[in-house]
Design a protein around this ligand. Structure first.
Ligand code: NAD
Length: 273
C-alpha cells in the first residue's frame, strides 16, 4: 500500500463506540448474530450491543486478528462473543452459522445481515461475469440463506436488521454491481417485513453513507479517498460509532412500531424512501 494511502488508515483507529455512550440494558438477555462483525460497522454494532447487554456471535471471512480484537472488546463489556469464520456465499456455511449460534446461545433474538464487499469499476463492460456473480453471491444471497435458517428458531418480538447503502438510492457510477445488490437488500427488507409482520418479527435496514472502514480503504484509490465523504452535506465521511446506534434503536423495543423501513445515516444526504 502506498504511503499516501496508508495515512487514511489512521481513520480506522477511532474506537468503535463513544467513551460516553451509556448502555441502559436495552438488549439485556438478548443474543445477536452479526455478519461482518469483525471490523468497521459490524464491529461497532457488536460493541454497542454488548454495552446494551447482549451476547453476540460474529461472522467474518478471514481476518482472525480483527475478530479476536472485537471479541476482546465485547468481553470487556461483560458479554459473550462467539467467533464464526467462513464464507457466507456458501449456503452450507450459513446453515453451520445457525447451528453454532443456536448451540451456544439457545436462542437468537437479533440477526444483523451486514457483511458485504465491493470492487471498483469505472465502466459497465469492465464488470466481469465472475465479479458480478461474486458481488451478488456475497452481498445478497446469504441474506436469504442465513435468515431462513435462523427464522426456523426466531419468535415473536425478534428482529432482523440489514445493512443497505446510500448507493441503493442515489446510485454509484463506479460501484454499479454493488449498488444493485444494495437495491436488492432494500426490496428484501420491505418484502420480508410484510411476510413476517403477522409473526411479529420486525425487519428493517440501515443505509449508511460514506463511513471510514477497511472496505473503503482497501477498495478505493488515494484520489478517491481524498474526496471520500466530501460531497455529503456535512462535508465529511462518518465513523462506525456514528452508525451503530441506529442498529441499537432497530434492535430494541423502542422501535416496536417500525418495520420494513430504512434508516439513513448519511451525513445529510437526503434520499427518497
Ligand atoms: P468492513 O470491511 O469493515 O466489513 C465488511 C465485512 O464483511 C468484514 O467483516 C468481512 O469479514 C465481511 N465479509 C466480506 N465478504 C464476506 C464473505 N464472503 N463471507 C463472510 N464475511 C464476509 O466494511 P464495512 O464498511 O463496515 O461494511 C459493512 C457493511 O456496510 C457492508 O455491507 C457495506 O456494504 C456496508 N456499507 C458500508 C459503507 C461505507 O462507506 N463503509 C457505506 C454503505 C454501506
Amino acid at each position: 500500500m502506498s504511503e499516501h494511502k496508508e495515512k487514511f488508515r489512521k481513520e480506522l483507529e477511532k474506537p468503535p463506540i463513544r467513551a460516553d455512550y451509556l448502555g441502559s440494558k436495552k438488549l439485556l438477555g438478548k443474543n445477536a448474530v452479526i455478519t461482518g462483525g469483525d471490523s468497521g460497522i459490524g464491529r461497532a454494532v457488536a460493541v454497542h450491543y454488548a454495552r446494551e447487554g447482549a451476547n453476540v456471535a460474529i461472522v467474518y471471512l478471514k481476518n482472525d486478528k480483527d475478530a479476536e480484537q472485537t471479541k476482546t472488546m465485547v468481553e470487556e463489556e461483560g458479554q459473550q462473543c462467539l467467533l464464526i469464520k467462513g464464507d457466507l456465499s456458501s449456503q452450507s456455511f450459513c446453515k453451520t452459522i445457525a447451528e453454532k449460534a443456536m448451540a451456544t446461545f439457545r436462542h437468537i433474538h437479533i440477526l444483523v445481515n451486514n457483511a458485504g464487499m465491493h470492487e471498483d469499476e469505472q465502466k459497465l463492460k469492465d464488470i466481469s461475469k465472475a465479479q458480478l456473480v461474486r458481488t451478488f453471491e456475497v452481498n445478497i444471497f446469504p441474506f436469504f440463506y442465513l435468515t431462513s435458517y435462523l427464522l426456523e428458531h426466531m419468535m415473536e418480538g425478534n428482529v432482523i436488521i440489514n445493512t443497505a447503502s446510500v448507493t441503493a438510492y442515489r446510485g454509484s457510477d463506479h460501484l454499479i454491481d454493488y449498488a444493485s445488490t444494495k437495491g436488492a437488500i432494500v426490496s428484501f427488507t420491505r418484502s420480508l417485513a410484510k411476510n413476517l409482520a403477522d409473526q411479529k418479527i420486525r425487519v428493517n435496514a440501515v443505509a449508511p453513507g460514506p463511513i471510514w472502514t477497511p472496505l473503503v480503504i482497501n477498495a478505493f484509490s488515494t484520489e478517491q479517498l481524498k474526496k471520500f465523504g466530501k460531497d455529503a452535506p456535512m462535508g465529511r465521511a462518518g465513523y462506525p460509532y456514528e452508525v451503530a446506534p441506529a442498529y441499537v434503536y432497530l434492535a430494541c423495543d423502542h422501535s416496536s412500531y417500525v418495520t420494513g423501513q430504512v434508516m439513513h445515516v448519511t451525513g445529510g444526504d437526503v434520499v427518497n424512501g
